[in-house]
Design a protein around this ligand. Sequence first.
Ligand SMILES: Cc1ncc(COP(=O)(O)O)c(C=O)c1O
Length: 402
Amino acid sequence: MGSLFSLEGLVKSVSGFSPADVSGNEDFWAAIRKGYRLKPDYINLENGYYCFLPQQTLESFIKHVREVNYQGSYYMRTVQFENKKMMAAKLAALAGCSTDELIITRNTTESLDMIIGGLDWKPGDEAVMAEQDYPAMLDMFRQVAKRYGVVNKIVSIPNHPQSDDDIVDLYAGAITERTKLLMVCHMINITGHILPVRKICDMAHSRGVQVMVDGAHTFGHFRFSIPETNCDYYGSSLHKWLSVPLGAGILYVKKENIGKIWPLLAEAERKPDDISRLNHIGTHPVHTDLAISDAIDFYNMIGADRKEARLRYLQHYWTDKVRSMPHVILNTPADPVRSCAIANVGIKGMKPADLGDTLFKKYSIYTVPIDGAGVHGCRITPNVYTTPEDLDVLVKALAELG
Ligand SMILES: Cc1ncc(COP(=O)(O)O)c(C=O)c1O
């Protein structure tokens, strides 16, 4: 296991090089890989659900578990909330937003469902979303439709848009004078497609519609700031790309919108624009909160730009080799600005479940099959510890399946 100190030395050694140069520096990434404990049984190309922790963050997390367990109620009654605030401030700095606009939640589901369920809906109000959005949020919209008479308008995102306007116009076409909220994925989870959220937010605002962005897959994946998206609400899961222990997320609410939301779980009386109104969850695993700082340190140590460049490099390493194979269907746009680590691949005439099964049983590659919403293939998600040799096995498998 590499210590923070030795990794710092490693990072110094590449400090004079651009992220693009470092993206293909296999010595550097091999050293990063050493900081992970990897199962030898298969090549894990399913880092989309959960990006498990490098050993360094895991060890720090275990120390936090021991310390909280040692201090018991004393910890809970003294520094618990202060520490959580410090973690939220560190996250806000990473998100580029103000500390009074961001809270720590348990995951994206909690963050976004709080907004969907917490708005003051009236019968006949409309909401816009996409068929490719995450099922948990679509279920919550179905619930508010039943409960309050909200009308849900559902668009379908093409896998290969010609331009940003293709996407913006699609959402614009679903807005009416009754539309109250538009939900959009920053990155579609089944394809890795990055959507032009800034343009969608600007368009929606020009029509008087608020925008909630599902960024479950973006935080710690590629560099952006939440305010630069110009959204009203943003949710992300920290156990995905930031490699925080399971059960941590963020919710950003633009200051002027905080008072518009009914919390999921009621808090004692607070000022309407105090975001802590939305953050009452009861007793929870506070040691997970503490590990957020360690995960951010690890991320910053690698460098956001270096990580993003490496992840995009790895995706293009394999997609560029298979995109032109006649039996291969890539469900992710080729334009580098429209994707990063994640891509989705299908084989003509083969069910995604069979492809997933074959990749696992014959080639020892673990992926997840997706079969719906216009996407039929396996989602392939490398992480910083993935090697080009791992991806060569995937390329060989896809070639042989022709
Ligand atoms: C696009 C998207 N939104 C929301 C979620 C829900 O995330 P969580 O289960 O961490 O709440 C996911 C999970 O994979 C996702 O991919």
